[in-house]
Design a protein around this ligand. Structure first.
Ligand code: G4P
Length: 529
C-alpha cells in the first residue's frame, strides 16, 4: 500500500498548459492565474508585451524575451486545495515543436479564445495535438470588454470546428462597454463586473438567483431580460456539464470573461482544480505507469539552454510520472543504462528557480544537463521502461549550413547535434557528401541556431539554400529489399542528429515515387524520441 501522504500529494496536483492563437490573451491570463495563485503581488509584472508581434526580432531581443519567458516556463502555485503546475508554451509558431511536446507533459489544457474572433488557426492545430491523448479542455472566451461575436455562435463554432461538445458554466451579460458580468449557471448567481480592477483580486458583487429584482437594478432591465431569454435558449440547446465526457476530452466547460479586467479567470481556475484530472497514467512500450506507483519514473519533454544568463547551463524538463523525487536520489537513466545521482534538480515555484527537495507525480522538475540527456529520455527507479508518445516532427524548411572558418567543423557538428537533442532544430548528414543540412519547422529557428552557435560554441556559420522539399524518417525490416533501397537511394539518405536514417527528398514527387517503388519501407513524418 502506498503511503497516505504520498497519495494525498499526488491527488492534489493539477498540471496544465494554455493553448490559444497568438494575441488571444495567453500571457494576460497567465499573469492573472499567478495573481490568484498568490505567486505575484500585482498583475503587470510577468513579461514584456508584444513578444509575439515581431516575427523576426534580433538575437538580443530574442534572448531577452526568452530570458523572461523562460523563468515562467513552469509555474507552480497552490490554488483551492490543489497544487497547480502551469506549463508555458512558446507563443511563436516557429517553436511549435516545443509546444507539441509540452502538451505530452500535461493532464489538461485551458483553451483561450478571443471572443471577437472565435476559433483561430493555431488553436485548431493545437487541438489536434491534445486530441492524440484526449486531454480534457476547459474553455475561456476572452475579451468580453470588447464587442464580441454572438456567444451562441461561438459555442457552435467550437462544437463544429473542434468537434467538442460545449457546456457553458457561465453566461455573459452584454459585452464591450455594456459588459456587466456573467451569470454562473451552476451556482445560480450573477457576478458583476467593474472596470479598471484588472491588476488585483477583486471582491465581486454577487446577486443570487436569476429572478432577483436586484439583478434588474444592477445590469438594467433590458440586459436582465435578455439574459433570461438567452439562458432559456442556451439551456435547451447546449449540453450539461458531464464529468466523464470532460475527462474523455469530448466535452468542454465554457467560461466567459476578460483576462485584462481579471474577470472570470478564477471561475475557470475553480473548474480546473475541481474537475480536471489529477496526474494521469502514461504509456511505456511495455506497460502503463500509474501516477500513484511508489517507484519514481519520469520523462524529459523539453530541453532549454541559458535559463539564467549567469549560469549558461542547460536544463532538461522532466515530467514526474510516478512516485516521488527526493533530493540526492539515484535514478536509472534508461537509454544509457546508467545509475545517476540527482542532487540538484530545480523547481519553478512562481518563476523562481529554487532547489527541489521533493517532487511528486504530476510535477515538473529541471535537471542540469551536461549533454547526457535528450528529449524523450526516461528515468526510473530501477525498471527499464521507455515512455512513448514524445514526438519529433519532420522539418519543413531546410538550409545547408557552412562555416566561415573551415577549421571549426568539429565544434559545428557538436553544436548542431546538441541543439538537435534539445529539439531546437534538426540536423542531417548526407551519406554521400560532407554537407550539413539544418531542418526546421519555423524560419526563426534558423536564426536562433546561428546565434547560439556563435555564443555557445564560438562557431561562425552561414546558410546556403539547398534543394530539399521534405524529410522522412525511414524504417523497414532488415533484409534484401531494405538493402536495395539503401543502396539505390544513397544519394537521398542522411543520418539525423541521433543517427536515425532519413530520406531527404528534393521534391514531393520524388518522395512519392520512392514510396511507390519501395512499399515495404515506412516513410515517417514524425519520429518518437
Ligand atoms: P498572447 O499571449 O495570447 O499572445 O496574448 P496577450 O496576453 O499578450 O494579449 C494580446 C493583446 O490582447 C494584448 O494587447 C492584451 O492586453 C490584450 N488583451 C488580453 N486580454 C484582453 C481582454 O480581456 N480584453 C482586452 N480588451 N484586451 C485583452 P496588446 O495591445 O498587444 O498589448 P498591450 O499594449 O495592451 O499591453
Amino acid at each position: 500500500m502506498a503511503d497516505q501522504h504520498f497519495l494525498d500529494e499526488v491527488s492534489k496536483r493539477r498540471t496544465f498548459a494554455i493553448i490559444s492563437h497568438p494575441d488571444a490573451g495567453k500571457t494576460t491570463i497567465t499573469e492573472k492565474v499567478l495573481l490568484f495563485g498568490r505567486a505575484i503581488q500585482s498583475a503587470g509584472t510577468v513579461k514584456g508585451r508584444g513578444s509575439n508581434a515581431h516575427a523576426k526580432s534580433d538575437w538580443m531581443d530574442m534572448e531577452k524575451e526568452r530570458g523572461i519567458s523562460i523563468t515562467t516556463s513552469v509555474m507552480q502555485f497552490p490554488y483551492n486545495e490543489c497544487l497547480v503546475n502551469l506549463l508555458d508554451t512558446p507563443g511563436h509558431e516557429d517553436f511549435s515543436e516545443d509546444t507539441y511536446r509540452t502538451l505530452t507533459a500535461v493532464d489538461s489544457c485551458l483553451m483561450v479564445i478571443d471572443a471577437a474572433k472565435g476559433v483561430e488557426a493555431r488553436t485548431r492545430k493545437l487541438m489536434e495535438v491534445t486530441r492524440l491523448r484526449d486531454t480534457p479542455i476547459v474553455t475561456f472566451m476572452n475579451k468580453l470588454d470588447r464587442d464580441i461575436r454572438d456567444p451562441m455562435d461561438l459555442l457552435d463554432e467550437v462544437e463544429n470546428e473542434l468537434k467538442m461538445m460545449c457546456a457553458p458554466i457561465t453566461w455573459p451579460i452584454g459585452c464591450g462597454k455594456l459588459f456587466k458580468g456573467v451569470y454562473h449557471i451552476h451556482n445560480d448567481e450573477t457576478l458583476l463586473y467593474s472596470t479598471g480592477q484588472g491588476h488585483k483580486i477583486q471582491d465581486l458583487r454577487v446577486v443570487k438567483g436569476l429572478n432577483n429584482p436586484e439583478l434588474d437594478e444592477a445590469v438594467g432591465e433590458e440586459l436582465a431580460e435578455q439574459l433570461r431569454e438567452e439562458l432559456e435558449l442556451v439551456m435547451g440547446a447546449s449540453n450539461e456539464f458531464d464529468q466523464e465526457l470532460f475527462l474523455a476530452g469530448e466535452l468542454t466547460p465554457v467560461y466567459f470573461g476578460t483576462a485584462l479586467g481579471n474577470f472570470g479567470v478564477d471561475h475557470m481556475l475553480d473548474a480546473l482544480t475541481q474537475w480536471a484530472p489529477a496526474p494521469m497514467p502514461r504509456e511505456t512500450h511495455d506497460r502503463q505507469v500509474e501516477a500513484t506507483e511508489e517507484k519514481f519514473s519520469g520523462f524529459v519533454f523539453k530541453i532549454q539552454a541559458n535559463m539564467d544568463p549567469k549560469h549558461r547551463d542547460r536544463i532538461a524538463f522532466m515530467r514526474v510520472v510516478s512516485g516521488t523525487y527526493k533530493q540526492g536520489m539515484k535514478m536509472n537513466h534508461v537509454r544509457l543504462g546508467k545509475q545517476i545521482s540527482i542532487s540538484d534538480a530545480v523547481t519553478f515555484m512562481a518563476g523562481d528557480r529554487s532547489r527541489a527537495e521533493e517532487a511528486f507525480a504530476g510535477d515538473i522538475i529541471g535537471l542540469h544537463n551536461h549533454g547526457t540527456i535528450q528529449i524523450g529520455d526516461t528515468f526510473t527507479q530501477g525498471e527499464n521502461l521507455k515512455f512513448s508518445g514524445i514526438p519529433n516532427f519532420a522539418p519543413e524548411l531546410f538550409r545547408r549550413i557552412r562555416l566561415k572558418d573551415p577549421l571549426r567543423q568539429k565544434q559545428l557538428l557538436k553544436g548542431l547535434v546538441q541543439l538537435s537533442e534539445e529539439g531546437a532544430v534538426q540536423v542531417f548528414r548526407p551519406m554521400q557528401n560532407n554537407d550539413l543540412i539544418v531542418g526546421a519547422v519555423g524560419v526563426l529557428q534558423f536564426d536562433v541556431v546561428v546565434a547560439r552557435l556563435k555564443a555557445e560554441y564560438n562557431v561562425e556559420a552561414i546558410y546556403e539554400n539547398i534543394n530539399v522539399a521534405t524529410a522522412r524518417w525511414v524504417q523497414a525490416e532488415e533484409g534484401k529489399k531494405f538493402e536495395e533501397f539503401k543502396r539505390k537511394s544513397e544519394a537521398n539518405l542522411a543520418l539525423d542528429g541521433g543517427d536515425n536514417l532519413t530520406y531527404i527528398a528534393p521534391t514531393m514527387v520524388n518522395l512519392n515515387l520512392a514510396k511507390e517503388r519501395y512499399p515495404e519501407v515506412e516513410f515517417r513524418a514524425t519520429r518518437e524520441h
